[in-house]
Design a protein around this ligand. Structure first.
Ligand code: G3H
Ligand code: 13P
Ligand code: NA
Ligand code: ZN
Length: 308
């Protein structure tokens, strides 16, 4: 069934694992992710960005996710990723999403509180859970491009005040991750001391790690080998994701790794068989690559296998 994340997070919070939240944009991406979760018997969060709604048309995504729930029998959360306003959050609640993110992190603190609180009131009245963000990640967040200089880490005291005043269910924190394929110039580094300090201030509140793709080197290599140009791509090492899951991070957001897996498979297919012009014969390998990558993540990194 379509479920909220509440009971998933309660259990994940107490244990060393986290739930993967995967961005979905079309049928093959959804099928690849859901088939992996089915094989691993893992609960799942499928998340839809404003860009995804614009690309696929909201009704198509909703119906595809319903089909995935029916076909897999898995507990699946349908989540709005980076909702920009009360209005888009309300729209998704009304459309049957079970979770929404209000991302008002680019507004001043008090305004972030006010907007988040309004979303919480509406969503909770409809049985929907809410994620909000405090602090700003560098990188591209939907329409918002945050430069490294404008990125700010989450302040633990502010986190406490924010959670108390808004009643939000989960908090996205900024501890050094960023969106996209170029997360670190030098050595990867996350501020785990800060994560622990935030967790101590908001005990029991699940935290969310955005920009949590690992940018798996095998896919970067295949892309570059077959005509792609993504040199220097680098993500969050798997060990750091495991560490975050031990300290209150219950939701791990992954989009870039899906994009890279699918693109690597399609580039390889095109290079190896230039006569192939059947979309099923390149989207199919793209879907397979997503499935195998997500299986690996669920089993070896997130640790949510065997829960259903
Ligand atoms: O937060 C960013 C996600 O990767 C979604 O990306 O806005 O291009 O769909 P998008
Ligand atoms: P990545 O770009 O690291 O996959 O992050 C995705 C994300 O945070 C979606 O909200
Ligand atoms: Na955990
Ligand atoms: Zn994000």
């Amino acid at each position: 069934p379509l479920i909220t994340s509440q009971s998933l997070f309660e259990k994940a919070y107490e244990k060393d694992y986290a739930i993967g939240a995967f961005n979905v944009n079309n049928m093959e991406i959804i099928q690849g992710i859901v088939d992996a979760a089915k094989e691993e018997r893992s609960p799942l969060i499928l998340q839809v960005s404003a860009g995804a709604r614009k690309y696929a048309n909201p009704i198509y995504l909703k119906k595809l996710v319903e089909a995935a729930v029916e076909d897999s029998g898995l507990p699946i959360v349908l989540h709005l990723d980076h909702g920009e306003s009360f209005e888009i959050c309300k729209q998704c609640v009304d459309d049957g999403f079970t979770s929404v993110m209000i991302d008002a992190s680019h507004h001043p603190f008090e305004e972030n509180i006010a907007i988040t609180k309004k979303v919480v009131e509406y969503a909770h009245a409809h049985g929907v859970v809410v994620e909000a963000e405090l602090g700003r990640l560098a990188g591209v967040e939907d329409a918002v491009n945050v430069s490294a200089a404008d990125a700010t880490y989450t302040d633990p005291d502010q986190a406490q005040e924010f959670v108390e005043k808004t009643g939000v269910d989960a908090l996205a924190v900024a501890i050094g991750t960023s969106h996209g394929a170029y997360k670190f110039k030098g050595e990867p580094n996350l501020d785990f001391a800060r994560l622990k300090a935030i967790a101590a201030k908001i005990p029991g509140t699940p935290m969310v790690l955005h920009g949590a793709s690992t940018v798996l080197p095998e896919f970067v290599k295949i892309c570059n080998q077959y005509g792609g140009q993504i040199p220097g791509a680098q993500g969050v090492p798997e060990a750091m994701i495991r560490e975050a899951a031990r300290h209150g991070v219950c939701k791990v957001n992954i989009d870039t790794d899906l994009r890279l897996a699918m693109t690597a498979a399609i580039r390889k297919e095109f290079a190896e068989d230039p006569t192939n012009f059947d979309p099923r014969k390149y989207l199919g390998p793209g879907r397979d690559a997503i499935r195998e990558m997500v299986k690996h993540k669920i089993r070896n990194v997130l640790g949510s296998s065997g829960l259903v």
